[in-house]
Design a protein around this ligand. Structure first.
Ligand SMILES: N=CN[C@@H](CCC(=O)O)C(=O)O
Length: 427
């Protein structure tokens, strides 16, 4: 049996305890439940105790010598960070499009001309599963070094049954190989393939009748996502696809109101979707409907930053009672980043969120957005021991000192996987 781990005496220990039932909304998003001089006791990959250091020492005094002590004095300890929206598994690069965009060509225009998602689809279709795994592992390693311990990964660069399955199988193997836990989303409805544009509904039928049943049968995904956007999938097509997913046990998520207001948030609410993501152009009605239905807003500030557009209004959503999570949207074209820490900075600097709200958005609310809040997202007895020790004294320091990676130590399921900022490889 592994030695117990004793995380010793953090200057600030953010627990987010008591929020596993439902995502935090409104003022609650700013209540982190912190412990000063807090310590954690871990055994068998599970949190056994979270308390002030004096209480932990009293309780485990006789066993302190057996335990591996991880010194957190002077540092901040938080739950492992959760990234609830990525397009992790892909091949190729779209750097050539960067020049075009900098000269004023729009993201959707490039896509309409056969680039964008279509360019990545061509590269991904040509890649072997092994190649996808190798390229994605490099990205996962960088995520881990930034304190991300769980991440959602979408398919959507296959756009045919064979290649969608290949992407999802790659994600499944990565989940088994890498310390980061992956949660898979099927996104066959990411774009209408270039050669199917004349008959979009036939492609929708293929997604509904061929892809969804097979993905569900092979248990390759838990969620089903659609790019509901003018020029991609209409709200009606999106509804059909998401309802078909539900019939096969795949829970709905939506890329909603990213480029234009299009009724995506309203659709998400009417389906009781787990999340509606992007929301740069969400309507007042859409926000009210999401708040009423409890749909989580997964906001992706890296996309607005990289596409040089206005950001989603995090403040407005929180004030309206919508639970908010933040994510990198890691993908090759609109947000080529693995830096959740930069997203946290942007959450404060561009979205009107407080440092505490931002931390909630990348821990417990992000865990809710992938239906994992019963296991991760907070530091509570009985939860999986996923923790990060940050090289700052309190949570505001994470957001204040922007552009730096403050991750010092990462513990995944009770194993130290990053120490003093470097990856530890276990045999
Ligand atoms: N907007 C649609 N899908 C992705 C971008 C995919 C890409 O450009 O490759 C997103 O979430 O931003």
């Amino acid at each position: 049996m592994d030695r117990p781990i004793y995380i010793r005496e953090a200057a600030e220990l953010v627990t987010l305890a008591g929020s596993s039932e439902r995502p935090l909304t409104g003022a609650k998003m700013g209540e982190l439940n912190t412990i000063e001089d807090g310590s954690v006791w871990i055994e068998d990959g599970i949190i056994q105790a979270v308390d002030r250091d004096a209480v932990i020492r009293e309780k485990y005094g006789s066993r302190l010598e057996d335990a591996r002590e991880v010194d957190a004095r002077g540092r901040l300890v938080t739950p492992g960070l959760v990234d609830p929206h990525t397009h992790l598994v892909f091949a190729g690069s779209r750097e050539a499009e960067f020049d075009m965009r900098l000269k004023g060509r729009s993201y959707m225009d490039i896509m309409a001309a056969g680039g964008g998602i279509h360019a990545t689809t061509r590269a991904t279709q040509h890649a072997s599963k092994e190649q996808l795994i190798e390229e994605s592992t490099r990205r996962l390693d960088r995520f881990l070094l930034q304190g991300v311990t769980t991440l959602e990964a979408k398919s959507g660069y296959g756009l045919s049954l064979m290649h969608e399955l290949k992407q999802l199988e790659a994600a499944q193997e990565l989940d088994g190989q890498h310390p980061i836990d992956l949660v898979s989303t099927f996104m066959g409805a990411h774009a209408i393939p270039v050669d199917r544009r004349e008959q979009p509904d036939r492609f929708v039928d293929e997604v509904i009748h061929e892809m969804i049943p097979e993905v569900a049968r092979r248990k390759l995904a838990e969620f089903n996502d659609v790019f509901c956007e003018k020029g991609v999938f209409t709200p009606e097509q999106s509804r059909r696809i998401l309802e078909a997913g539900l019939e096969h046990g795949l829970l709905p998520k939506i890329h909603a109101d990213e480029i234009e207001p299009y009724g995506g948030a309203e659709l998400a609410a009417s389906l009781n979707a787990v999340s509606a993501d992007h929301l740069l152009k969400v309507s007042d009605e859409g926000i009210a409907a999401m708040a009423e239905a409890g749909v989580i807003a997964v906001l992706l500030p890296g996309t607005a930053f990289f596409l040089m557009t206005d950001t989603a209004d995090g403040r407005r959503l929180i004030d309206a009672g919508v639970p908010v999570a933040l994510s990198t949207d890691c993908n090759p074209g609109s947000s080529p980043t693995v830096s959740l820490s930069l997203m946290m900075n942007l959450g404060c600097l561009r979205m009107g969120m407080t440092p505490a709200e931002v931390l909630t958005a990348v821990t417990i609310n992000a865990a809710h957005a992938i239906r994992r809040a019963d296991r991760i997202g907070s530091l509570e007895v009985g939860k999986q021991a996923d923790l990060v020790i940050h090289d700052v004294a309190d949570h505001r320091g994470l957001q204040y000192h922007f552009g730096s990676n403050h991750t010092h130590t990462v513990i995944k399921k009770g194993t130290v996987v990053v120490e003093a900022g470097s990856r530890i490889h276990h045999p």
